[in-house]
Write a protein that binds this ligand. Structure first.
Ligand code: PEP
Ligand code: MG
Length: 592
């Protein structure tokens, strides 16, 4: 919706995806697309070698610049996410890419910037046409690297973001990763983009830098002008251009109220996740990178309930070998000891791929060779990951978890490979915890229905409700068009959760929930009442979930679960949950 506002100012309310929380207000810095002016020249054959030498110099300069951005970024984020530019460096090192540039320069007798521009566009076009989301996101890397190389060839200086001296909200079609990496918190209070998804570089970097951000605003660059005042809500994914005084007041008050509630929640940092009548659960964190350790402790989580190990590969854009994995897992285990660190083995496939990596084009990737199925098809890689996890188990409280299990045979096969991995370490006198706990994710309805059989072979269950919901209701978890069907409180989902919890307990094993449902403070008391022993949520969600759990008694939670399990619809079930939280912890509803 775009409407003419007061004072002839363009006024718009835009809704996108909030990927980094916080409400900010400020003037727009409109980042134009950074096209580099290239003058085409026809060269003589004897000039070509000189041209290739220019290319080599530009590549060296570009590599140096990327490395220095990476270092600065490492410092700014306390080491977090500096690996994000690894994909850029890999483009620079891509022999096929460089050889094509050289070939084009020689064949066409053109200046090398023309060859860089045309070859990069060819690559970008090819990547953009692929179905795979991850590879499509690499288009920005290729274009960004090419722009840098061309700037170094032409001497064109990139002053855009560097020219900012006062706080602005940066609005762009998309931010190239290296642009994002040069954002300085002192001059950028937020950013908003036309493109992007919660897993795009832009979103990852926004969270790493703790800068509020909204992505997927479609045409926001067409709807704002430089200097317009915008109000951006990174929680709700809303951007208001030239807000009215009433809107400013409303949002200002909202932001203030949120801050004061959040400050109040800080007091819970050292308190246990325990109901008012003393029933204690474990509240741990879901993380994707070892550098999030600080966030885990800062928000008062008890260790890591889900380490999504595949992100090591995704951030790198390539496979990560055993030694490097062992370093990452050991870092986590050491830092969080004696709290547990549950390392989930690779959950690649579905919508998670990395460049060159395991995975094929499939008609139904979420139902295909994904996750444990893929790992079992590559036993050598799977064992090297398990050896890396075992090595870390010698220094901390490490547990291992298999994702997307759908039958007992998969568990038996994985356990057999685990035993082989242990033997290989023993043979090489490498220490590890022989009694390492092994668990499975229950995220496929078949696993919930066969939970009694699975429980005989593992020490814990962790319910992956993100997938459990999508598979139970047959609703693609990443398809906005069917998002209205994605209901955590659907009676079928709740029955499966209850079934898995009871089956686990009957066999004496503990049961956690690590899907997004656990991070919803309205639903956390329900899960506790259903008997769940552990909730694992994103670090930022820990205080609010802890508050919700501590505000109710176990008895109330159990009664809620009893009532809700009899409901005929998800809406009715959700209403009961909201009513209880509204009464017990009204501040929770203010914050979501
Ligand atoms: C889940 O499916 O609930 C889960 C935690 O795993 P992921 O979101 O990584 O698929
Ligand atoms: Mg899952």
């Amino acid at each position: 919706m775009v409407e003419a506002g007061q004072n002839n100012k363009l006024k718009a309310h835009a809704r996108g995806i909030g990927v980094s929380p916080g409400v900010v207000i400020g003037p727009v810095f409109l980042l134009a697309s950074q096209a580099v002016k290239v003058v085409e020249q026809k060269l003589k054959p004897e000039q070509i070698d000189h041209e290739i030498a220019r290319l080599e110099d530009a590549l060296i300069a570009t590599r140096g610049q990327l490395k220095s951005i990476q270092e600065d970024l490492g410092e700014q984020t306390g080491g977090r996410d500096a690996s994000i530019l690894d994909a850029h460096l890999m483009v620079l090192d891509d022999r096929a890419f460089l050889e094509e540039i050289i070939k084009k320069t020689r064949n066409d007798c053109c200046n090398v910037e023309v060859a860089v521009r045309d070859v990069a566009e060819g690559y970008a076009g090819m990547l953009a046409s692929l179905k795979d989301d991850y590879l499509r996101e690499r288009v920005a890397d290729v274009r960004d690297v090419a722009r840098r190389v061309m700037r170094n060839l032409t001497g064109d200086i990139d002053t855009a973001l560097g020219s900012l001296t006062q706080k602005h909200i940066v609005v762009a079609n998309d931010l190239a990763p290296s642009d994002t990496a040069t954002l300085r918190k002192d001059v950028v209070s937020g950013f908003a983009t036309d493109l992007g998804s919660p897993t795009s570089h832009t979103a990852v970097m926004a969270r790493a830098l703790e800068i509020p951000a909204v992505v997927a605003l479609r045409d926001i660059t067409q709807r704002v002008r430089a200097g317009d005042i915008v109000l951006m809500d990174g929680n709700k994914g809303v951007l208001i251009v030239n807000p009215s005084p009433e809107e400013l007041e409303e949002y200002g008050a909202l932001a203030e109220a949120r801050k004061s509630i959040e400050r109040g929640l800080d007091r819970l940092h050292d308190e246990p996740a325990e109901t008012s009548d003393g029933h204690r659960i474990t509240l741990s964190a879901n993380i994707e990178h070892p550098d999030e350790i600080a966030a885990v402790t800062q928000h008062g989580a008890e260790g890591v309930g889900l380490f999504r190990s595949e992100y090591l590969f995704i951030f790198r854009g390539a496979a990560v070998d055993e030694d490097e994995q062992a370093v990452a897992y050991t870092k986590l285990a050491t830092a969080l000891h004696p709290d547990p660190v549950i390392i989930r083995t690779l959950d690649l496939g579905g919508d998670k791929f990395f460049r060159d990596g395991l995975g094929h084009d499939e008609a139904n990737p979420f139902l295909g060779c994904r996750s444990i199925r893929l790992s079992l098809q590559y036993p050598q890689q799977f064992k090297s990951q398990m050896r890396a996890i075992l090595r870390a188990s010698s220094v901390g409280n490490v547990k291992i978890m298999y994702p997307m299990i759908s039958n007992v045979d998969e568990v038996l096969q994985a356990n057999e490979l685990l035993e082989e991995s242990k033997q290989e370490l023993r043979d090489n006198k490498v220490p590890f915890d022989d009694d390492i706990e092994v668990g499975v994710m229950v995220e496929v309805p078949a696993a919930a229905l066969a939970a009694d059989a699975l429980a005989e072979h593992v020490r814990f269950f962790s319910l992956g409700t993100n997938d459990l919901i999508q598979y139970t209701i047959a609703v693609d978890r990443v398809n906005e068009r069917v998002a209205y069907l994605y209901e955590p409180t659907h009676p079928a989902v709740l029955k499966l959760i209850k079934m898995a919890v009871d089956a686990g307990h009957a066999k004496g094993i503990w049961v956690g929930v690590c899907g997004q449902m656990a991070a919803d403070p309205v639903l956390a008391p329900l899960l506790v009442g259903m008997g769940v022993d552990e909730l694992s949520v994103s670090p930022q969600a820990v205080p609010l979930v802890k508050d919700a759990v501590r505000s109710v008694s176990y008895e109330q939670s159990r009664q809620l679960a009893e009532t809700v399990l009899k409901c005929r619809s998800g809406t009715e079930a959700l209403r009961h949950c909201r009513e209880m939280v509204r009464e017990a912890a009204p501040e929770v509803l203010e914050l979501i």
